[in-house]
Design a protein around this ligand. Structure first.
Ligand SMILES: *Cc1c(COP(=O)(O)O)cnc(C)c1O
Length: 413
């Protein structure tokens, strides 16, 4: 039986090959970028959005455009792309880490209340794996304390709360358009906002960046191609999964290859590649993924709901909590398990691949020691999360196989 790889690259082979060729050509093409920005914004009922070379740079410029007070605090959840801590500091502000709920992926509202201070200016709410926060509650907490709410929807392009798309609850929202994101433009990020004056400032900041260098973009195209080839199910079943199984004791090298930020450093300035413009070639890739984005994401969500309904949580395997009014995007499907290594091995024997958490627990990063971060729940959840396959091309048979493999593990242990 063919195995089920942990992931599926959304960009098709022809688009990746065309991109590799186009990267050699001329840049420019502001009209194409503007068209992509407006088409993306329209999904959310907004007029416009602004593209940057990375989501973190979108967040950097957003913070700089918000007229925050000196020494203002920016609150961020305990599991995140570690570099966001650098981004907040280099933008001139103070990062404050908020813990997550126990065994789940949403912010712990009690810890949030504890960590709010008179200097709190921005709360970055990240809908991890597609798990949606209780947005009216967070909105109220922020409004009461005069804090601006910004959503990170990199893992939640199609998630909703009470029918309303996440990304439209706050002052602004950021989306990463990087590897595996529902809209991938190689690298890239987009900032969604409603206030025309803010959008204007963001556009000016985006235009002031330097020309994009082709090397990193070409490398990212190759990475997409390599991973797409390696996860082609026949090849994956015959070579990649058996190799992963043989070398399991040495750790998950597939995850290491996939991970972009392999080491976390405390930066004293932004690297030059972060100061580059988003390009027309990227806008073209993004545009190509928009027409059937909702169709793809609906399939993913249906698969996610089915798998959730087939799993019976017990002491060994738990499902993260979610709110009743939320329409989970299921960008990934995390299980919270007592012993992830054992479950991973058991699933692998049944041809079901799985992946560890790639985000950092900000409170344990040595580079950030001394910043006073505390988020014990996030640390626990990071260590106990295992992601089983979840993407639009899985069919019902695949989902039932994943559920059966999990149930076998529960019975056997
Ligand atoms: C992928 C991801 C990012 C990546 O941001 P970039 O700066 O575009 O690399 C940010 N936030 C979350 C939640 C992500 O999953």
């Amino acid at each position: 039986m063919t195995a089920i790889p942990r992931l599926s690259i959304p960009l098709p082979f022809p688009a990746l090959l065309r991109t590799a060729a186009a990267l050699a050509g001329a840049q420019g093409g502001g009209a194409e970028i503007a068209a992509f920005e407006r088409a993306f914004a329209a999904r959310y009922g907004r007029q416009d959005a602004v593209c940057f070379c990375r989501a973190r740079m979108g967040f950097f410029h957003l913070l700089r455009c918000l007229d925050l007070a000196e020494g203002a605090e920016v609150l961020i959840g305990g599991l995140h792309v570690a570099d966001f801590v650098n981004i907040i500091r280099l933008a001139g502000f103070v990062p404050v880490v908020v813990d997550l709920e126990p065994r789940g992926f949403r912010l712990d509202e009690d810890d949030l209340e504890r960590k709010l201070s008179p200097r709190s200016a921005v709360l970055l709410v990240t809908h991890l794996s597609g798990y949606v926060h209780d947005m009216p509650r967070l909105r109220k907490i922020c409004d009461d304390r005069g804090v601006m709410l910004v959503e990170d929807c990199s893992q939640a392009f199609a998630a909703r709360y009470d029918g309303q798309r996440v990304g439209t609850f706050g002052h602004a929202a950021i989306f990463s358009l990087s590897l595996l994101k529902s809209v991938c433009t190689l690298n890239g990020g987009i900032v969604l906002a409603e206030d025309p004056a803010l959008l204007e400032r963001l556009h000016r900041a985006a235009e002031a960046e330097g020309a994009a260098s082709r090397g990193p973009m070409l490398a990212e195209t190759l990475k997409n191609l390599v991973i797409k080839t390696a996860t082609w199910p026949p090849l994956f079943s015959l070579t990649v999964l058996p190799l992963l199984r043989l070398t399991a004791a040495a750790g998950d090298w597939f995850a290491r290859y996939q991970k972009t930020n392999k080491t976390v450093v405390l930066r004293d300035r932004l690297p030059p590649v972060f100061r580059e413009r988003f390009t027309a070639v990227q806008a073209r890739l993004g545009m190509s993924l928009l027409p059937d984005l909702d169709a793809r994401e609906s399939k993913r969500q249906a698969a996610g709901r089915l798998l959730r309904s087939l799993i019976e949580p017990d002491g060994k395997v738990a499902l993260p909590p979610q709110c009743d009014s939320a329409d989970n995007g299921y960008w990934l499907f995390p299980l919270v398990v007592e012993d992830p290594a054992r479950l991973k091995a058991a699933l692998s024997r049944q041809g079901v691949d799985s992946a560890p958490m790639l985000l950092a627990a900000l409170s344990t990063e040595a580079a950030f020691a001394g910043m006073g971060f505390s988020a014990p729940n996030a640390e626990w959840t990071r260590a106990h999360t295992l992601f089983v396959p979840m993407y639009p091309t899985l069919d019902e048979t695949d989902i039932r196989r994943i559920a059966a493999a999990i149930a076998d593990f529960q019975r056997a242990s």
